[in-house]
Design a protein around this ligand. Sequence first.
Ligand code: HEM
Length: 364
Amino acid sequence: MTMTAGPAVTPESSSWATWLASRVPIDLEALRHFSNEPVPNHLKYWWWCLGGTPALLFGVQAVTGILLTVYYIPDAGSAYESVDRLTTVIPFGWFIRSIHRWASHLMIAAVILHVMRVFFTGAYRAPRELNWMLGVLLLAVTLGFGFTGYSLVWEQLSYWGVTVAANLTDAVPVVGGVMGRMLRGGESVGSNTLTRLFILHIGVMPTLLTLLLAGHILLIRLHGVTEFEFESPDKAPDEAARTYPFFPHHAMTEVIIGVGLAFALTCLAVIFPAELAEKANPLETPAHIKPEWYFFWTFRWLKLTSLTFAVLSIGFAGFLALIWPYIDERLRRRNTASEASVYVGAVAVVVLLVLTIWEAMASS
Ligand code: HEM
């Protein structure tokens, strides 16, 4: 019996491209066509293509996070000391840590701005409801990244922040007790909690974010980005005038944004390097427990209401955000010109801003 040994090797087929094409038989032309989508002209402006910014910052987080993991020790007895060593002894440790911290703030701010752009331009409407839902999950995972990362430092404030979060988890009806114990890894916040937060931060969340992002970008590619509405189809310019190619034009916009971000991150890291406050002390509750700025609103809400009501109302608001495209569709079915979404969005922004500023002023 003889077996075919693949295409004959000729002088022309010896280039690396031919070698790769025969080992990984992908239709490169089809791939080029699929990835080089025409992009609407308005994406030349940063406000419209804000989604690329958190994607770039996620790349920064992955690289700096892997470097930090080399020295970080996820144990309650050594975590704080390992961060201290990273900051003061390891060459450039302070820089990598500061970039990681600043990129986390910028990534969360960019995701919030991106949500606002998508919401206020109605870009979540049919057929993009599913992508909005993936987006809400992306937002939750991005905030989860911030929470778990902040906790790993094991400072007084991060330790007590975890304690408050565990108490909030306990307040979830029916399953709260079990979930709270799962988060703590026992009855109290300690080494087991830190191991869980570490696994969430470096394993579960990066995997989830990567999968959600892949789905998000695939759907964007399949639907295309929302275009401006024209009074009538015959008034719309043809595709060549309405759009420009992704490669190299839009890719170049993202490269320029990337260079700007690298410059901003370097300046922030050098001028305001990440600091290290007091080590966690489970026996001494600080006078003011303060989370990171993006959770200020939850803290203020917690202080204004009760633990159970805060958990239920925040959970309900998250659920409404998830199914918002369908609520909006109902409203518009009754009145096609309804811009109720703009009022709802404006009220949500004002409420969140007031709660955030109130908490910032109270805890400063
Ligand atoms: C890590 C977080 C995220 C990344 C990297 C990301 C990335 C992107 C990118 C690159 C686009 C293409 C257009 C643009 O740049 O604006 C986009 C569009 C979109 N995103 Fe996101 N996104 C994220 C989070 C979210 C969130 C939290 C939501 C909503 C809750 C969301 C909903 C949408 C929708 C509906 C579109 C389509 C917009 C249109 O067709 O004009 N995304 N996203």
